[in-house]
Ligand binder design. Sequence first.
Ligand code: SF4
Length: 74
Amino acid sequence: MAECECLPGCPFFNDRMKEKPAMSQIYKNRYCLGGENQKCARHMIKAAFGSDKVPMDLYPNQVETARQLLAKSV
Ligand code: SF4
């Protein structure tokens, strides 16, 4: 499975977000390293609007929040 192309600059993957959820390593294994980056909330926003538009506090599993942000843009 392919790693996410965003790994080097991603605040979540590099532990630069304010909070570090207990599930952090599980999310990294699943989304960042396990090939499910297309299902990552951060990746969804980056793909649609660019990396500067990804909310700093958005976690990979917050897909519903990402969907709402995407819906607002149309
Ligand atoms: S899968 Fe999501 S959280 Fe992980 S590196 Fe890619 S954009 Fe960042």
